[in-house]
Design a protein around this ligand. Structure first.
Ligand SMILES: NC(=O)c1ccc[n+]([C@@H]2O[C@H](COP(=O)([O-])OP(=O)(O)OC[C@H]3O[C@@H](n4cnc5c(N)ncnc54)[C@H](OP(=O)(O)O)[C@@H]3O)[C@@H](O)[C@H]2O)c1
Length: 266
């Protein structure tokens, strides 16, 4: 039987890599992000049936179109990858509150909304998987991004515990720094993180999909971060706060190069 996955944030970074790896596993795909052209270009390169669903997930109508697709029992979605994400580049005291709200919704409300749309059908069919791309940042008090990711981790654990017995796996994937467009969009130069700290997207995605197949509640990727993870609770809060994006952007004096253009699209 043809399995199908819906991936949010599929136009770049981890999302595009999820699309490639799930296609290689034979999944039909539904690709979601704002940039329709990039999604179409990716779809054209994938050797599987692929739908493009261009939507801004922070727009209520866009989000509901994706939720409706997940509820469509005629073309069921077996795996939901809640991956779309960004962060606020400015430190908390200088950020725009509308931007804080938009990012918080994208990281926290959107995955909840989409899981809520997908889960009843998965339960009825007695199988399904939801992979929530959180972050190791969700384990440290390092800003509003971390706060939203902490909420997503807790949501994943709750759904995992409750719906496992119904055949639905829910996994939170916790990467460290991954080489994607994410930091560039925030204006953080790649050298703001030591070279050895960057994980590659292919490894992170492979770890996440393996964890979902094995029905793990939490997956930390990759091996360096699995080694470091137990030490995180020992780090004093004032040091964790300095790891946050806002703090790094502030320290480097960088201007976010993409967020202005991004904002004008919203
Ligand atoms: N990179 C890291 O170091 C890192 C570490 C830990 C966790 N993560 C998490 O991994 C996930 C993927 O990030 P990434 O590193 O792959 O970043 P990325 O390369 O910047 O990709 C982000 C994706 O999200 C989409 N997106 C952003 N805003 C959206 C919106 N309003 N509606 C729909 N789609 C939207 C973007 O597409 P469009 O611009 O076309 O909409 C893009 O496809 C995020 O949840 C992020 O928090 C990343």
């Amino acid at each position: 039987m043809q399995m199908r996955a819906l991936i949010t944030g599929a136009s770049a970074g981890l999302g595009a890599e999820f699309a490639r790896q799930l296609a290689a596993d034979g999944f039909a795909l539904v690709l979601v992000a704002r940039d329709a052209e990039r999604l179409a270009a990716l779809a054209a390169r994938l050797p599987v049936e692929t739908e493009v669903l261009a939507a801004d997930l922070t727009d209520a109508a866009g989000l509901e179109r994706v939720a409706a697709r997940l509820r469509d029992g005629d073309r069921p979605v077996d795996v939901l990858v809640n991956n779309a994400g960004t962060a606020v580049a400015e430190p908390f005291h200088a950020s725009a509150i509308d931007e804080e709200r938009r990012v918080h919704e994208l990281l926290s409300w959107v995955p909840l909304r989409l899981a809520h749309a997908a889960l009843p059908g998965m339960r009825e069919r007695g199988r399904g998987g939801i992979l929530n791309v959180a972050s190791l940042a969700g384990r440290m008090p390092s800003g509003t991004y971390a706060a939203a990711k902490a909420g997503l981790i807790m949501l994943s654990r709750s759904l995992h515990a409750r719906y496992r017995r119904d055949g639905v796996a829910v996994t939170a994937l916790l990467p460290g720094f991954v080489a994607t467009e994410f930091h560039e969009r925030m204006g953080v130069a790649p050298d703001a993180v030591p070279r050895a700290g960057w994980a590659d997207a292919a490894t992170v995605v492979r770890d996440g999909l393996r964890g979902l197949r094995r029905r793990r509640a939490i997956v930390v990727s990759d091996w360096r971060y699995r080694l470091a993870a137990p030490l995180i609770p020992l780090v004093p809060d004032r040091l964790s706060a300095g790891v946050g994006l806002g703090a790094r952007v502030e320290a480097s004096g960088a201007r976010p190069p993409i967020s202005d253009a991004d904002r004008s699209r919203r």
